[in-house]
Design a protein around this ligand. Structure first.
Ligand SMILES: [Zn+2]
Length: 248
């Protein structure tokens, strides 16, 4: 499996039994196992060498996008799987992200759900999914280096404020059909004989680690705690942070 634009790893190695090769144009401070420094538009691998490719929020950073797409299509086997997630540049979340990080390294802007599939020509996604934001990139607890000074202008990265803000935006979207709390899209390419991937949006997104969970799944685990006042809440199954439950 190729983790393209991996940084320190866009998913844990333990999440799959596959051998994972991580590629990024910059060497992360802590390089993960099997890390290869490389250009997405000139991958140092033979044709058909991967069973799966994960590109988790990396296409927006790649200068030679057409070159990178051609390389993904070259190194992935014909019966392989491809997962891509990108931010929607028109959303509040991505605008705030770019404002905070002075561009945040985003060189490509995707503004419609068709932008990514169009890049892949004859390859059509088997499924697509809307990704919701938690603004976890603003969470002060996630800054190891000194936080940008602009953070002061957005509640200084307070987790409690993010919890309330995310919940309010999600409720607003549910009531008005707006997209204030949407972050981007995920696409699944490949053959899924056992059924297409889950496309129900995971609307409960952790304000600390950013993991998304479907409401029904959290309810089934008994993770949702209802109180006599205020919104119901749950502890993130990934990191334990307290979040407000938005249903879904
Ligand atoms: Zn979490």
């Amino acid at each position: 499996m190729l983790d393209l634009g991996s940084g320190a790893g866009s998913f844990p190695a333990g999440a799959t039994r596959a051998r994972v090769i991580r590629v990024d144009a910059e060497r992360p401070a802590t390089a993960p196992e099997n890390f290869v420094l490389g250009d997405a538009a000139r991958l140092p691998f033979p044709d058909d060498s991967f069973d799966a490719i994960v590109s988790n929020h990396s296409l927006e950073h790649i200068t030679d996008l057409a070159g990178a797409v051609g390389e993904m299509q070259r190194v992935l086997r014909a019966d392989g799987y491809l997962y891509i997630a990108v931010p929607d540049a028109s959303t509040l979340a991505d605008r705030v992200y770019r404002w905070l990080g002075r561009g945040g390294g985003h060189v490509n802007a995707f503004r419609s759900a068709e932008d990514v599939p169009r890049l892949f020509g004859e390859w059509t996604p088997a499924a697509a999914r809307v990704l919701y934001a938690s603004f976890s990139f603003l969470n002060r607890k996630n800054f190891r280096a000194p936080a940008p000074r602009r953070l002061v202008l957005v509640g200084n990265g307070s987790e409690g404020l993010l919890r309330v803000g995310t919940w309010l935006l999600r409720k607003l979207d549910a009531a008005l059909g707006t997209r204030w709390s949407v972050y981007g899209w995920a696409y699944y390419f490949g053959e899924f004989p056992e059924g297409a991937p889950e496309t129900e949006a995971a609307k409960n997104v952790c304000v600390r680690c950013g993991s998304g969970h479907a409401g029904a799944w959290l309810e089934a685990r008994g993770a949702v705690e209802r109180r006599w006042f205020g919104p119901a809440r749950y502890a993130c199954p990934g990191c334990g942070a307290r979040n407000y439950f938005v249903g879904g």
